[in-house]
Design a protein around this ligand. Structure first.
Ligand code: PEP
Ligand code: MG
Length: 888
């Protein structure tokens, strides 16, 4: 029979072995901490398999669960010596969700469960503190009503505010036992009014309700959005942890806090965290009270007055620091920890690998390898390639003037400018329109996830470094400034006031997540520094990498950036972009609109020197490295003139009438240009275009070889080939032009002629095509489009639904559809290699910079991936990780 309940603490071990897949992240680590003898309150975990079984069986629990559940409670009762529901000395528990990875969209936590009208009196007697008991009861009702019953939490807060006002109090701590008792009454009537039933008094009903809410939240919209954004499969399910309560709010010898074993923003090897005396865990995270620093150094650095934990509770702090080092050694990673001190006794409530910025991830990985805690290869495997994005993008120019409005906490680094928006939906809407936005909130909650994702940066008025906004922003790599206390936000008027400055929705704001500065207007940026930890990790990555990494680049500047980022060649130089240059477009249009070969040749002659100098510049930057140049690909109508002015210009240059040109333009109209007269079909019908391009390539190559001594290695690539014959015809053009140029210049250059594989037919006939083609580059943008039959330009309108409904695990234009498109690539690679052993194979679609697709390329044994310049380092790291994973 499947076991659904695993107990932990009090020396009991059900053999869960810290298995995250079964116990969820939180449960696995509670089990793990208990197993190494750390002080963990006893509890039990309901497994992720129970969640899956629950949904598989139409939201019903298996029959065997009752007995296991009862044994779980009996375990906690046995260890604590308290009985669940006992009016004299009640056991209270917390209920927390815990998926395999932490998920902000989920129901999170219910504390103090087990309190009712009877047990609250018992708690008052046993603790000797009636105020504490009634405060705990009201917190429980409030939390349970919010997260389990999903009632309007605003009305509970309002009731509390009114109670305080009536009594003339300003702080919660001023309320007496009687005040809390009165508020409990008020809360219970709010529940009855909104829920239609009295607040549950049976402690078992309370517990089952909370468990059901955790499982229910797995399928909530917020959780689904988060799963989609983070590629978390729906079948994973969540676990639920039920654990004996410990109290950080039992007076001044009690406290609660969160801590990181290293700084999650910078990676510095120093304890980092926040705590509050006489408080419950949620007070720290919710940003209601401003937490105090954990260490003296951090407090002094911030110039803060309230004592750090190191100073206020030196002994317990010492114990905690000891636990930090045990945990880092045990888990061999930076830990994010929740703890509670109940009357001077330390309890560990959670540990997990801490979320961190890209900068911190790099520093921690490199430091830990240098410290000998992990190996270099583990360090390489630790850093999420996608997170490097944060480091590779520009930061604010330190020399640029800044109109600093205020300063908050530097919650997630990076700089961002954009229009102010005050709600997540507007952030999403404007982002879809291509606008950069800064989401400004009093504080964020899981409902804001989609807006945080859509925003370039996040600014909050409340909340510390571990607030929701800070944690989520760091995870997403969005710059964030949190807790900017001098902001006053009016969500109705949609204004933001800082002192006497008022900004409104749509005004431009800049935030610097590394310093916490908030500035009016936008501020210029500078390129990032690529040495230091980044350079060290890249060297380690390159040691294990097998796949070569090239760049998709078509300007000398892009090529320079790509080379600086470590590109080992150009994998795709799209020549059409050169045609759009303002100085050339008229000649291009003249060529397209010419109705004879002679007319086209006349225009092409004007383009030849331009193309030659384009290629020469690129070859010079990429000296000694291979450069794949793709001959013209897009349908000609893309270059056509717009409006009478442009037509007149072309007419004058070509010496023909505007009417004639317009007629010719309408002849070029296509119903489905993506499948129309493009790619090598242009070369087949207008060979002189490819002739000119080939000549420009070889003339440029010889020029650079003569000037620099380092001969470039041109790889001439023919697009959209479907048949061997097409490639034969195109290769003949290129070879003929090469021979002609070599003869004219009295010098030869090594070169290859190959093809893109972007059509299913080409993949299937790769054996024949490889008899002619000397290399293949998989153009997976078109190959995806033509294999699935989904237009790459229109897919955005419906693909999200395809991902939501599980038709595709991820957008196939972002991450390769391994089963379909991937199989065609495998077939092509196999057949190509068979007819031309050792044929060079690469990928140059957008997938070349996507880590999951790179893993596929490694497994398929391709020779290289080609990605846009800024993704080159991401590809290098992903290729190294793929090699490590493949080795296993
Ligand atoms: C491709 O189709 O994958 C490709 C790289 O070519 P383009 O995106 O220019 O069509
Ligand atoms: Mg293509």
């Amino acid at each position: 029979m499947t076991r659904y309940v695993y107990r932990f603490g009090g020396g009991v071990d059900d053999g869960g072995k810290g298995d995250k897949n079964l116990l969820g992240g939180k449960g696995a680590n509670l089990d793990g901490m208990a197993a190494i003898g750390l002080p963990v309150p006893p509890g039990f975990t309901l497994t992720t398999e129970l969640c899956t079984a629950y949904y598989a069986d139409g939201e019903k629990y298996p029959d065997s669960l009752n007995a296991e559940f009862a044994a779980g409670i009996a375990h906690i009762e046995g260890v604590t010596g308290k009985i669940f529901g006992d009016p004299a000395d009640p056991l209270l528990v917390s209920v927390r969700s815990g998926a395999r990875v932490s998920m902000p969209g989920m129901m999170d936590t219910v504390l103090n469960l087990g309190l009712n009208d009877q047990t609250v009196a018992g708690l008052a007697t046993v603790s000797g503190d009636a105020r504490f008991a009634w405060d705990s009861y009201r917190r429980f009702i409030q939390m349970y009503s919010d997260v389990v019953l999903e009632l309007d939490h605003g009305s509970f807060e309002e009731a509390l505010e009114i109670a305080k006002e009536d009594k003339g109090y300003s702080l919660d701590t001023e309320l007496t036992a009687e005040d809390w008792q009165a508020l409990v009454k008020e809360y219970k009537s709010l529940v009855e009014k909104q829920w239609g039933k009295p607040f549950p008094q049976d402690v078992h009903d309370q517990l089952w309700g909370a468990v059901g809410a955790v499982f229910g939240s797995w399928e909530s919209d917020r959780a689904k959005v988060y799963r989609r954004l983070n590629s978390i499969p729906g079948e994973w399910g969540t676990a639920v942890n039920v654990q004996a309560m410990v109290f950080g709010n039992m007076g001044d010898t009690s406290a609660t806090g969160v801590a990181f074993t290293r700084d999650p923003a910078t990676g510095e090897n120093a304890y980092y965290g926040e705590y509050l005396i006489n408080a419950q865990g949620e007070d720290v995270v919710a940003g209601i009270r401003t937490p105090q620093y954990l260490t003296k150094t951090a407090r002094e650095r911030a110039g803060a007055k309230p004592l750090s934990m190191e100073e206020a509770m030196p002994e317990t702090y010492g114990e905690l620091a000891n636990v930090f080092s045990i945990l880092e050694t045990h888990y061999r990673d930076m830990q994010d920890i929740e703890f509670t001190v109940q009357q001077n006794k330390l309890w560990m409530l959670q540990t997990r690998s801490g979320k961190r910025t890209a900068k911190a991830a790099l520093k921690i990985a490199v430091d830990m390898a240098t410290e000998g805690l992990i190996t270099e290869e583990e360090a390489v495997a630790r850093v999420d390639p996608a997170a490097l994005d944060q480091l590779l993008h520009p930061t604010l120019d330190p020399k640029a003037p800044r109109d600093v409005l205020t300063k908050g906490l530097p919650a997630s680094p990076g700089a961002a400018s954009g229009q102010i928006v005050f709600d997540a939906d507007s952030a999403e809407r404007l982002n879809e329109l291509g606008e950069a936005v800064i989401l400004v909130r009093i504080e964020t909650s899981p409902e804001d996830i989609h807006g945080m994702h859509a925003a370039k940066g996040i600014l909050t008025a409340r909340g510390g470094m571990t607030s929701h906004a800070a944690v989520v922003a760091r995870g997403m790599g969005r710059p964030c400034v949190s807790g900017a206390g001098s902001l006053s936000i009016d969500n109705v008027a949609k204004t933001l006031r800082i002192g006497d400055r008022v900004l409104k929705e749509g005004d431009i704001l800049t935030i610097d997540g590394a310093t916490g500065e908030v500035m009016a207007g936008s501020v210029p940026t500078v390129q990032p520094e690529l040495a230091g930890d980044f350079g060290v990790l890249m060297v380690w990555a390159d040691k294990v990498r097998r796949l070569k990494v090239r760049a998709n680049a078509e300007t000398p500047l892009d090529c320079r950036t790509a080379r600086d980022f470590g590109a080992e060649g150009v994998g795709l130089c799209r020549t059409e972009h050169m045609f759009f240059d303002a100085a050339r477009i008229t000649a291009v249009r003249q060529m397209i609109l010419a109705d004879s070969e002679a007319g086209r040749r006349e225009a092409l002659a004007k383009l030849l020197p331009e193309q030659r100098s384009d290629f020469a510049e690129i070859f010079a930057v990429m000296a000694g490295l291979p450069v794949t140049i793709r001959l013209l690909d897009p349908p000609l109508h893309e270059f056509l003139p717009h409006g009478d002015g442009e037509f007149a210009e072309v007419a004058e240059a070509a010496g023909v009438s505007i009417d004639l040109l317009k007629r010719r333009a309408s002849e070029l109209h296509e119903f489905n240009p993506m499948l129309g007269h493009r790619g090598c079909r242009l070369g087949v019908t207008y060979p002189e275009i490819y002739e000119m391009q080939a000549r420009a390539i070889f003339e440029a190559a010889i020029l650079v070889a003569e000037q620099s001594g380092a001969a470039p290695i041109p790889e001439v690539m023919i697009p959209l080939v479907a048949t061997k014959r097409e490639l034969e015809l195109m290769k003949a053009i290129v070879d003929k032009e090469a021979q002609a140029v070599f003869a004219e210049k009295g010098r030869t250059i090594e070169y290859l002629v190959g093809t893109m594989i972007e059509l299913p037919r080409a993949a299937l006939k790769a054996g024949e095509i490889a008899e002619v083609g000397e290399f293949f580059s998989f153009g997976t943008n078109d190959l995806t489009q033509t294999t699935i039959g989904i237009s790459r330009d229109d897919a955005g309108r419906f693909l999200t639904q395809y991902v939501d409904k599980g038709i595709f695990a991820r957008d196939p234009f972002v991450s390769i559809d391994v089963e379909g498109v991937g199989e065609l690539i495998q077939i092509a690679a196999e057949r190509g290699r068979k007819s031309r052993p050792g044929i060079k194979l690469g990928i140059c679609g957008e997938h070349g910079g996507d880590p999951a697709s790179i893993a596929f390329c490694e497994a398929t044994g391709l020779d290289y991936v080609s990605a846009s310049p800024y993704r080159v380092p991401i590809a290098r790291l992903a290729a190294a990780q793929a090699a490590l994973a493949h080795r296993k």
